[in-house]
Ligand binder design. Sequence first.
Ligand code: ZN
Length: 119
Amino acid sequence: MHNGGITVSTYQFLKRFPDEATARAYIEDRRWHGEPICPYCGNAHRIQTRKDGYFCCPACKKDFTVRVGTIFERSHVPLDKWLLAMYLLTTARKGISSLQLSKGKHSVNPPGKLTSLIA
Ligand SMILES: [Zn+2]
């Protein structure tokens, strides 16, 4: 970052994704739309939810997280750091985020100026 500063939108971003659980839930929603799919066998039925982002597939008996099969899989970097890094990359390059992080997420968005801070 050439200026090294924290912008207002970065602040908003950090408020929105304060920890890995929040970031993981966001990525899960973007990837699966509320219905986890086993990355090993493709099964989407009766996927069991476990602790800390783990799911268990009843068809192939394997545990998985949203990281499996993505660029996050081999990384030990927390997902909230990943999200922040991607956010900073996209905003640095284009001036706005292509992630459109707030799209459809805030039901109580104030009209006008604040709505464009994250999207
Ligand atoms: Zn499976």
